[in-house]
Design a binder for this molecule. Structure first.
Ligand SMILES: Cc1cc2nc3c(=O)[nH]c(=O)nc-3n(C[C@H](O)[C@H](O)[C@H](O)COP(=O)(O)O)c2cc1C
Length: 222
């Protein structure tokens, strides 16, 4: 089949686009507002952008109806900081709770019964129950047009300035134990997946990546 996105003439009961780029990792973003109110929300329009230095991005679409910007976007822009907490299968229900549309003065950590731990380089706290946290400094926003009136998608880009990895998810081989973490990802529709299987293949086209890995091995061996 083929369809034109502008015409949306796929003839299927649901728009298939979100299932065409999968699985999408979920950035669970904590921020603090200008007035000091803490915020937490999941974003599956999220990814790494580079690794030297490391950048990440998340995209917050304006709210349907009100056209209001997402609090996470406003907070990151106004305070210049955010934290990405790794979303895991174990935390799936809490992640869902933090996606609720609530007044900006509601702290979603409390709503979901999650504990906060302070960050080292930025003000937004980390989700204690999450195994990996990326402390980010705001870099910029890339605003994309939306088809809905008075709407837009704000792609917030941040430089990762500090990374926390819980010791128990680092295996004896010095690598992050992905199967232990079971990172959560979206598949389109209301479907999710989590990583339960890993396979290894030597990279052919990116020798620099292999060198990076080798350097890491040497460092570990010292
Ligand atoms: C798993 C998951 C992924 C989501 N991904 C996005 C996303 O990529 N962009 C977006 O605008 N909203 C996304 N949402 C909805 C937001 O989390 C929700 O609108 C939330 O209330 C935003 O909170 P905020 O206004 O405090 O930033 C997602 C929800 C869930 C459950």
């Amino acid at each position: 089949m083929f369809y034109e996105t502008a015409k949306n003439n796929h003839g299927l009961p649901f728009n298939p686009f979100k299932s065409c780029v999968v699985p999408r990792p979920i950035g669970w973003v904590s921020t603090v507002s200008h007035d000091g109110i803490i915020n937490l929300a999941p974003f599956s329009m999220f990814n790494q952008l580079n690794y030297d230095p490391p950048f990440v991005c998340f995209s917050g679409s304006n709210r349907t109806g009100t056209g209001q910007r997402k609090d996470s976007v406003t907070n990151a822009e106004e305070t210049g900081e955010f934290v990405v907490n790794m979303a895991t299968y174990e935390l799936r229900e809490q992640i869902n709770v933090t996606s609720q549309f609530v007044d900006p003065d509601v702290d979603e950590f409390e709503l979901a019964g999650l504990n906060k731990i302070p960050s080292k380089l930025v003000r937004p706290p980390r989700v204690a129950e999450s195994p990996i946290h990326l402390e980010c400094k705001y870099h910029g926003t890339w605003t994309l047009p939306a088809n809905r009136r008075h709407s837009a998608h704000h792609v917030v880009i941040g430089e990762v300035v500090g990374i926390h990895i819980r010791d128990d998810v680092i295996g004896a081989d010095g690598k992050i134990d992905i199967k232990k973490i079971r990172p959560l990802a979206r598949l389109g529709y209301m479907d999710y997946t989590s990583v339960t299987e890993v396979f290894t293949m030597q990279t052919q086209g990116n020798p620099a990546g292999q060198i990076g890995e080798a350097v890491a091995k040497v460092k570990l061996a010292v």
